[in-house]
Design a protein around this ligand. Structure first.
Ligand code: SF4
Length: 285
């Protein structure tokens, strides 16, 4: 039985005190414990960013990839071994900026993995430039007069890209976020959980107090998570910000549909003891 202590690493995180990533880290650990997952069978893939360092501080397997390229690594892990629990974690700049193409194609392929986006609406690691989800007008080092573009709406993007599990959490509500991560991991298919993650150092607008005053829970508002139209409408709300599961549907996963993969992981399909490698060996002599 896994407990929280098993998931502690020797080194401690170096995030700014109060960073929303602490809440996300706690929720991931708690979800692993609640689902009784063996840490040896969990892989956390990340890109580049403050929050992408998270797999250094959770005692599972992990891979720190390039900026925006965590999803191809996660996909490769899943293809090589379908039995692993694959969790991908990255920021909004990582996933909704440079990694956007991977994000959309992983959703339409429906790999069985969980993608957590630490959405703090800035590039925190590089000192607070505006990101694809920054509110219009937000000022930062790269936009001293305010950003003139409208932000990406990741929930609507996921809904229109046929994502089979679309949810949003808040790093300041750890029990609720833990529940979402548990449901995302349990979902057979690609689960997106966009997470409001206050960056206490560089984002002085989207703070804990801001979100506490704005968020409401979809499950308490009678939302029907099987209704795509209702999900799309809720995802467009801005006066109040819904958290919870917007939409969920069952569809075959990529790995269960591919003719070369559906009978199991590739390495289990080949009995290497029956392969004659003597000719290859001799060629190296
Ligand atoms: Fe967290 Fe922002 Fe500090 Fe990065 S800069 S560790 S996102 S508070």
């Amino acid at each position: 039985m896994t407990n929280l202590k098993d998931l502690e690493t020797r080194d401690k995180s170096n995030w700014c005190p109060g960073c929303g990533n602490f809440g996300i880290q706690t929720a991931i650990k708690q979800a692993i414990v609640n689902l009784s997952l063996d840490p040896a069978n969990v892989v956390i893939s990340t890109g580049i960013g403050c929050g992408s360092k998270i797999n250094q501080w959770i005692e599972t397997y992990g891979f720190a990839g390039l900026h925006g390229r965590s999803l191809p690594v996660a996909m490769g892990v899943k293809l090589a071994n379908h039995n692993l629990t694959v969790i991908d974690v990255g920021g909004d700049g990582d996933g909704y900026g440079i990694g956007m193409g991977h994000f959309i194609h992983n959703m339409r392929r429906n790999f069985d993995m969980t993608y957590l986006v630490e959405n703090n609406q800035v590039y925190g690691l590089t000192l607070g430039q505006t990101s694809p989800t920054s509110d219009k007008g937000m000022k930062g080092p790269s936009t001293p007069f305010g950003i003139i573009e409208d932000p990406i709406n990741p929930i609507r993007l996921a809904l229109s890209s046929d994502c089979t599990f679309v949810a949003r959490g808040f790093a300041g509500d750890i029990p609720h976020l833990t529940g979402l991560i548990e449901q995302g991991i349990s979902h057979k298919g690609f689960a997106l959980i966009d997470i409001f993650q206050p960056c206490v150092t560089f984002n002085k607008i989207n703070t804990y107090a801001y979100f506490r005053q704005k968020v409401y829970k979809l499950e308490e508002a009678g939302h029907d998570a099987t209704n795509l139209g209702e999900a799309f409408a809720r995802a467009g709300e801005s006066e109040k910000l819904p958290i919870g599961i917007f939409y969920k549907v069952e569809k075959p996963t990529y790995e269960s549909s591919d003719v070369g993969l559906k009978d199991g992981v590739p390495r289990a399909q080949v009995d290497i003891s029956e392969i004659d490698v003597s000719e290859v060996e001799e060629s190296f002599m």
